[in-house]
Design a protein around this ligand. Structure first.
Ligand SMILES: NC(=O)c1ccc[n+]([C@@H]2O[C@H](COP(=O)([O-])OP(=O)(O)OC[C@H]3O[C@@H](n4cnc5c(N)ncnc54)[C@H](OP(=O)(O)O)[C@@H]3O)[C@@H](O)[C@H]2O)c1
Length: 324
């Protein structure tokens, strides 16, 4: 038996219960991992609340790192003692130990800590998907990144800057603005105080930006569309403030023949090759220091409810890990 956070009914943070579960032994193709750090993600709150429904009971969590303890039949290229990281399916990282398919694991390179690995798999691969598969900013291109001081946001800002973009980031406080500027943002806009559309128009001399990376959702719609140049790309990849309402195709026409995409990382890492290729690009920018993975908050795993409340109340910045 091991301890894990369990959800028996969708709801507020109080539904996260610290309980014992029997995880059994690794089956064919699986390994048993002792988690040393678990990444906290806004998506965990969607699973908890039922916005992205999961059959109950379940163990939440889509990101983690740890040490392999046992290998199932047929597993090649991994052994007990290896440090590994993972993200996405199967859900269930909020646990002291867990089973995971061996083919979906990434070995953690030397020089990257377990905490960093645990907080860069889902968030960093998402940044990798956004900047390397969906819209790669050209040198000198101005881009708008919402929630620039968040987990995905801080990685995006640093990486976009490294690619040569001029980065405009939105944030809700002065501290977050300072953090975003120290991590690749050329300009920050406090969207809690100022109209971000007007500010983007001012910073781009009325032209607008060719791309908006928008993980905030409801509260930045339709403003994000009004920040775009003709034929610009709105990448709406999250719902931190709530889901975006339905968008009519004619709205995209009226605002300048815009493009809209609503990506999810799972669909960009469907094959093992796709997963490894995105991970290689991420680990490469982290190893060379172009992107620094900042773990700004730590909680005990059993205090996951407090971590969820802080994340939802916008009290966190950068990445957060839960320690089993
Ligand atoms: N599509 C995918 O595959 C994928 C994968 C990973 C993550 N995501 C999405 O990426 C986004 C960022 O995820 P994350 O885990 O890194 O979270 P995060 O950015 O660390 O936290 C969310 C941030 O959103 C901002 N925010 C704006 N309005 C908010 C509101 N009403 N309530 C709460 N926060 C609000 C806050 O920053 P300010 O205080 O500065 O406004 C907050 O810190 C989320 O929308 C997540 O769903 C999508």
């Amino acid at each position: 038996m091991v301890h894990a956070i369990r959800i028996h009914k969708a709801g507020p943070a109080s539904v996260l219960k610290w309980q014992e579960v029997d995880i059994g032994n690794p089956r064919k193709g699986e390994v048993l991992i002792r988690n040393t750090a678990v990444g906290l993600n806004f998506i965990d709150t969607y699973h908890r609340k039922g916005l992205y429904p999961i059959p109950t009971p379940f163990t939440p969590g889509v990101e983690g790192a740890g040490v392999i303890e046992k290998i199932g039949a047929g597993v090649m290229g991994l052994k007990a003692g290896d440090r590994v990281a993972y993200c996405s399916d199967p859900i269930g990282s909020y646990a002291e130990k867990r089973l995971f398919p061996a083919n979906r694991l990434i070995k953690i390179s030397r020089g990257i800590s377990d905490e960093q690995a645990a907080s860069m798999m889902l968030k960093g691969l998402t940044a990798s998907m956004l900047l390397k598969r969906i819209h790669k900013p050209a040198k000198g291109e101005k881009v708008l990144i919402h929630a620039a001081a968040g987990g995905v946001g801080l990685i995006l800002c640093q990486w976009a800057k490294h690619l040569g973009a001029t980065v405009i980031g939105t944030v809700s406080s002065r501290q977050k603005a300072n953090l975003a500027r120290a991590n690749g943002c050329d300009h920050t806009i406090n969207y809690a105080e100022k109209d971000f559309v007007q500010q983007v128009r001012r910073l781009t001399k009325g032209e607008g930006v060719p791309v908006v990376y928008d993980g905030v959702g409801k509260n930045t719609y339709p403003g994000s569309l009004d920040c775009l140049q003709s034929r610009g790309m709105w990448i709406t990849f999250g719902n931190a403030s709530g889901p975006v309402p339905p968008v009519a195709p004619l709205t995209l026409l009226q605002k300048g023949s815009l493009f809209m995409t609503r990506p999810m990382l799972n669909h960009y890492i469907e094959t093992d090759d796709e997963l490894r290729s995105l991970a290689r690009e991420l680990f490469s920018v982290v190893r060379k220091g172009a992107v620094n993975i900042q773990v700004n908050q730590r909680y005990k795993l059993k205090d996951a409810a407090k971590a969820h409340r802080d994340l939802e109340k916008r009290r966190t910045s950068g990445s957060t890990v839960l320690i089993p």
